[in-house]
Design a protein around this ligand. Structure first.
Ligand code: NAD
Length: 247
């Protein structure tokens, strides 16, 4: 039996399947990943350092650059691709309990995945949040202020530093969100990891949690990951083709 057949068998036998997705599922939608061959950090390693929250808090220039980058972020024009749609079809067939995503682009929800089944581990680009008082606003409202000349817009409620509602290095994940993700990993019978280099913790560790709790692991990615060894089926290739073929 070839590996695709084996993976299909696992999917068909699953009753409580969970998908763990990363930036690689959205590259076909025009959003570059960080660590793939054309990744933002592969091309410019200095950018990784600047994504630390300490730089953001202490350096106004970093914040100004960050807001400028948000203005024309590829996520605003991106559309879901066949990989996102394959997960929607699986959910509608009653086979997919949750999508735990490291992505911040909202494309799973845009594709039609039920929002309450999408667990956004690293937050969302669609909102801004105040680092002092926690006030949240739609991102486009804050970006309008940037367009109108505020290069580093302060919080409208308390004057604190605003940031996209995404998790940077050095920032803790939301406890409730992480709890939901861990429960999903602990209780699934098959975990499909797709489009992640699985190098960022605690997201990557969910694969180990699921495997230790007895779940079968299917790995779909263009390149190898540190968790390939615990997977029962490892599929290498473009997700836009792999996931529709698999699911
Ligand atoms: P990563 O950049 O570390 O890894 C992406 C992986 O996907 C790589 O191993 C790459 O080989 C693979 N890949 C890329 N395109 C693919 C394709 N078409 N088919 C199959 N595989 C493909 O991304 P990560 O593991 O998700 O972790 C990085 C962090 O980057 C996350 O915290 C996430 O929040 C953030 N991020 C998110 C987005 C987004 O929301 N779309 C984009 C860039 C980065």
């Amino acid at each position: 039996m070839d590996v695709l057949q084996r993976a299909r068998q696992l999917v068909h036998g699953a009753e409580r399947m969970v998908a763990l997705t990363g930036a690689g599922i959205s590259t076909d939608s025009g959003i570059p990943d960080f660590r793939g061959p054309n990744g933002v950090w592969t091309k410019n390693p200095a950018a990784e350092k600047l994504s630390d929250i300490r730089h953001y808090i202490t350096d106004k220039l970093v914040r100004e650059q960050s807001w400028l980058g948000r203005l024309d972020h590829p996520a605003w024009l991106a559309q879901p691709n066949p990989a996102h749609l394959a997960l929607v079809a699986l959910e509608r067939a009653g086979r997919l309990g949750a999508i735990v995503t490291q992505n911040i682009d909202g494309l799973h929800q845009k594709a039609g995945s039920a929002p309450d089944r999408v667990i956004e581990l690293h937050g969302t680009l669609n909102e801004s949040v105040c680092l002092t008082c926690g006030d949240r606003r739609p991102m486009q409202e804050t970006l309008d202020r940037v367009r109108n000349g505020e290069s580093d817009p302060p919080c409208l409620r308390c004057g604190g530093i605003l940031k996209s509602a995404t998790i940077s290095f050095g920032q803790p994940l939301d406890d409730q969100v992480l709890y939901r993700a861990r429960v999903a990993a602990l209780t699934c019978d098959v975990l499909l990891a797709a489009g992640s280099s699985l190098t960022v913790q605690p997201a990557a560790g969910l694969v180990g949690i699921a495997a230790s709790a007895g779940a079968r692991i299917i790995m779909c990615n263009a390149s190898e990951t540190p968790y390939d060894g615990v997977a029962e089926a490892v599929l290498h290739g473009p997700l836009g083709k792999l996931l529709p073929a698999l699911l």
